[in-house]
Design a protein around this ligand. Structure first.
Ligand code: AGP
Length: 604
């Protein structure tokens, strides 16, 4: 939901801002802009569309001598994605870029208009610019003016600000939206995330909500909400510039699917000892004791991994699990018990809906565990117990490797809670190792059947995923992946449920992707497939090599390796991700940046 960057140093601010915006583009990409200090004052450039458009425009001007500025890539919340609404917004005194939503902007705007302010955009952000201008005029102190301004705002924000009367200096402040300070040598950065400055420095500070930051090329000052200077520990990022490089792949999505064997192995190595689950906080044994039931709360793909987790935890640990869409959690007037464990799953660790649910649970003083891919993220920091998923940065908007790692963590958690004998658990973990180090590689490299199926799917506007048990849940993720990057409408159904109504949508040639990763369901699945076939459905099955019952009734079969059934969701997930990828490729879609979406959804 919008990427922001501020730079001050000895390099070309224009180039650094463009580079950084490219790295942040996953957060939103409908318009972009930047403001730079030049010898004639601040110069602002904005464009509708991608950062490339802004780059083209910037090249028309000779602004390379500028060493300080701010930039923005937008995912529109208020006002159309056009040049007028693109950030930065500003006044005679300052320019700002904003990520977040100001909930009381309408009330504030009315007051400001009465006071004579003239608005040019439809954004909530412009309200902040005018308020800050007024407070700066009244207080003649930038830190006090920023502190005073944010007190008047309701909602979420990460701001990067430059004042016309103070070249080479950028200010920042945040609440419920991410903002980091990249600390370099003779240059400093403010950004929504590390990827924006990792090519220049791995050192960073993490301001808290309400703290104001001031950066110049050689200094970083952080002020608390009372305006007093405060010390922040310098942190080092484990990410490298290579993590955010495409490394020869045409798309980040494909690169990230290909990283799955590596990151799943890393997960197994970090969460098991001698083939038994051993989590980072194992000395705190009481955390996992006496669990009445488990609530998994998450959004989108992360929520789908929760569904697979539910299947595993209920099957192996016999603990009841409910999975809830984070944005609906608070409206369900949740009934929770002190014995409940709440699990929040999030790749970014910043998803506003999941964070709001976590905060509600924290108010109830219940046990919270988060499974988060971004160390130091807000969800990680506000949870009682954290399991970090070592998937590394995920750049493609469609989540792939993070899903697979989240799923693996939940499988391990199911075994950890299972109370099964060590031999049984060791066997399962050994099978996971074998899938991850061996058969998964074959799945992602031998894609002939997947590509043939993708060619068929690309010709249709509607299709279905069906499965039973865990496959039913995997289908929901396969369906979401396909929708988000190919724009083909698809729905995932419990195979036995289709005949209760939805089967009326099957007509001649409608593709139906039948998942049968567990041979135990093959008899019943065969019947469901026959039902669809007799109504003209075109069957693409995903089943194990030996499962002839299913292959015989399929138009195309994509085989998953004959691994232990326990480990099969990992190979099946890769098949579904690749199926979505090749279908979108067939249709010439913008795979890494699908329309209307953003990677990190930091608004509710
Ligand atoms: C995944 O492909 C989606 N883009 C989206 O559903 C995502 O999983 C969801 O927004 C949750 O994000 P999070 O994992 O960062 O919390």
């Amino acid at each position: 939901m919008c990427g922001i960057i501020g730079y001050t140093g000895d390099k070309s601010a224009q180039q650094i801002i463009i580079e950084s915006l490219h790295a942040l583009e996953y957060r939103g990409y409908d318009s972009a802009g930047m403001s730079l200090f030049t010898s004639e004052g601040i110069r602002t450039l904005k464009t509708q569309g991608r950062v490339d458009e802004l780059d083209k425009k910037a090249k028309e001007y000779d602004l390379n001598q500028s060493n300080c500025g701010i930039g923005h890539t937008r995912w529109a919340t208020h006002g159309k994605p056009n040049e007028t609404n693109a950030h930065p917004h500003g006044t005679q005194k300052l320019m700002i870029v904003h990520n977040g939503i100001i909930e009381n902007y309408k009330e504030l705007k009315k007051i400001l208009i009465k006071k004579g302010c003239v608005f040019v955009s439809d954004t909530d952000t412009e309200v902040i610019a005018h308020l800050l201008d007024m407070n700066y005029t009244a207080l003649n102190d930038k830190i006090k003016a920023i502190t005073q301004t944010v007190k008047m705002l309701k909602g979420s924000y990460a701001l990067s600000i430059i004042f016309r009367d103070e070249p080479n200096t950028v200010y920042g402040v945040k609440k419920d939206s991410p903002l980091l300070v990249g600390v370099g040598k003779g240059e400093n950065f403010l950004a929504s995330d590390i990827s924006a400055f990792i090519a220049h420095t791995e050192n960073y500070l993490r301001p808290e909500d309400g703290e104001t930051v001031k950066i110049t090329p050689y200094e970083v000052d952080v002020f608390n909400a009372q305006g007093k200077k405060t010390e922040k520990p310098l942190q080092k990022s484990a990410n490298t510039a290579e993590d955010t490089d495409k490394c020869g792949f045409n798309h980040y999505m494909l690169k990230e699917i290909f990283e799955e064997p590596k990151v799943l192995l890393k997960t197994l190595d970090s969460l098991t000892c001698n083939f038994l689950p051993c989590f980072n906080n194992e000395n705190d044994l009481t955390f996992f004791e006496d669990i009445g039931s488990i609530r998994i709360i998450a959004c989108g793909t992360a929520m789908h991994s929760g569904l697979v987790g539910k299947f595993y935890i209920e099957k192996y640990a016999r603990i009841p699990v409910t999975v809830e869409v984070a944005s609906e959690f608070r409206y369900s007037d949740p009934i929770l018990d002190e014995k409940d464990l709440v699990i929040i799953i999030s790749q970014s660790g910043e998803t506003a809906d999941s964070l709001a649910a976590l905060r509600l649970v924290n108010e109830m003083k219940l046990r919270t565990l988060s499974i988060v891919n971004t160390p130091g993220s807000t969800i990680a920091r506000e949870s009682e117990y954290v399991i970090h998923t070592p998937a590394g940065p995920e750049i493609a908007v469609a989540s792939t490797k993070a899903f697979s790692v989240q799923t693996l963590v939940l499988m391990l958690l199911a075994l950890r809670l299972s109370g099964q004998n060590n031999e049984f658990i060791k066997e399962r973990i050994k099978s996971l190792y074998s899938t991850v180090t061996d058969s998964l590689h074959n799945v992602i490299t031998d894609t002939a059947a997947i590509r043939s199926a993708a060619k068929i799917l690309a010709k249709h506007r509607n299709l279905f995923f069906i499965g039973r048990g865990c496959d039913n849940y995997l289908g929901t993720e396969g369906s979401l992946k396909l929708k988000e990057i190919s724009y083909i409408h698809s729905e995932a159904y419990a195979a036995g449920e289709l005949k209760h109504g939805t089967i009326s949508l099957i007509e001649n040639g409608t593709p139906v992707i039948a998942l049968v990763t567990d041979d135990a369901y093959s008899e019943k699945m065969r019947s469901n497939i026959e039902e669809v076939k007799s109504r003209g459905g075109y069957i693409i099955s995903v089943c194990a090599e030996s499962c002839n019952k299913i292959k015989d009734v399929s138009d195309i079969n994509i085989t998953v390796p004959e691994d232990d059934t326990f480990a099969r969701p990992l190979t099946a997930a890769a098949v579904l991700q690749l199926l979505a990828y090749y279908t979108a490729l067939e249709l010439g879609r913008d795979i890494d940046k699908p329309r209307n979406l953003a990677k990190s959804v930091t608004v509710e």
